[in-house]
Design a protein around this ligand. Sequence first.
Ligand SMILES: [Ca+2]
Length: 463
Amino acid sequence: MAQGDVSKPNVVLIIADDLGWSGLGSYGSDLHETPNLDRFAAEGMKFTSFYAASPVCSPTRASILTGKYPARLHMTTHFENTGDYWRNYGVEHIDSTHLLQQPVTVGNLPQREWTLAEALRDDGYFTAHVGKWHLGNVEHYPENHGFDLNIGGTQWGSPDTYWYPWTGNKTWMHIRYIPGIVYGAGKGSYLPDRLTDMALEVIEDRGDQPFFLHLAYHTPHTPMEGKPELVKYFKEKVKPGMKDTNPDFAAMVYSLDENVGRVLNKLNEEGISEETIVIFLSDNGGRTEDFRDWGPITNNAPLKAGKGSLYEGGLRVPCIIKWPGKTKPHASSDFPLVTIDILPTVLDMVGLKKPRPLVDGFSFAHMLSHKGDEVAREAIFWHYPHYYPGTTPVNAVRMGDWKFIHYFDTDSIELYDLSKDLGEVNNVAGENPLVAKQLFASLSLWRADIRAQMPTRNKYFRE
Ligand SMILES: [Ca+2]
């Protein structure tokens, strides 16, 4: 391992789970209260056209750590729906209800992938993962992907419960647990609080090396379990006609914000906030469909739809970055960026030259240091060959203000002008056939180029 270089900035990357674009106060929520993240947004740079590379968890997380499109990794769906997961059971994932068969995808982030953690560790960083991993079985846990320390990371997505001991008796997910956080905790301990306790210890116990903290909260993903006093508070605050109306979700967002505040305060207390890059983002849009007993989870308005969908509500997420000495307070950008850009951007920010992983993403470090306001990329692409509540297998591209969507099962196309129609209400493919044709060609070429896995005719389908 290279010697630590104290002149290198620390990197804290905080990932929220299923927090939609308009889920923070500073991004337009009328119910949620997020004073810490709002203050952080005012101190750092706020991105308003930042996209998840996938509308669901695992693929976006893989894109952050590898800088690659999920379709190139063949990691296009959440772990519990992948070929690697179903293979554990020795069965084919048979679904007779859908016209198309999803491809057999990768759920275990391949060990040959060179992750952001490996790049930083090889550059002398101490690397710690705390929280949700969701990128494969035990052989593919964080400790096998460049992290010196793994607290809480497993193959699973959401926890069975947010309450101590974070496993147990609630649902079929009772076998899920969060390792490495039980000792020293007790009854009433709430998961995001506990993960933060551990993250603060990582910060306190740092040695002479710079550190990379990959802090992935499960919050505000289901199960809907806010702290009772907060749920009560937001129940009383909800008024008819509000955009956001779910007090449980609001309580969970409040706890997320409070814990991000604890991390930021700790950096101040330790006197290292001026030498620590902090990035906050979410892994996909908020869930809008009814789910179990919780009803609709949240609302991403003015964006359309939510988690699982390639409409803006499924993809566009909050993203705030503070690079001390570089980003200016109250800075913002609406230039389209995507989670595959995080890896090259972080490596640029810490001054890592070579060797570097080959990636699909573009560095936007120059945007953060106000030496430019865009990256030289023609388009951003998405490929989601899966069914999910609210969508059928689909792929999409954003080029300039145009957004083009193609559904595989109906072979139907949609074109939206996001500059006039952020809510994707008016399909203008008919009025702009040349634009639609160009974007469709570009999307098809990209799919072929990265060898995206395609859905096939489902032989088990019964009308
Ligand atoms: Ca998620």
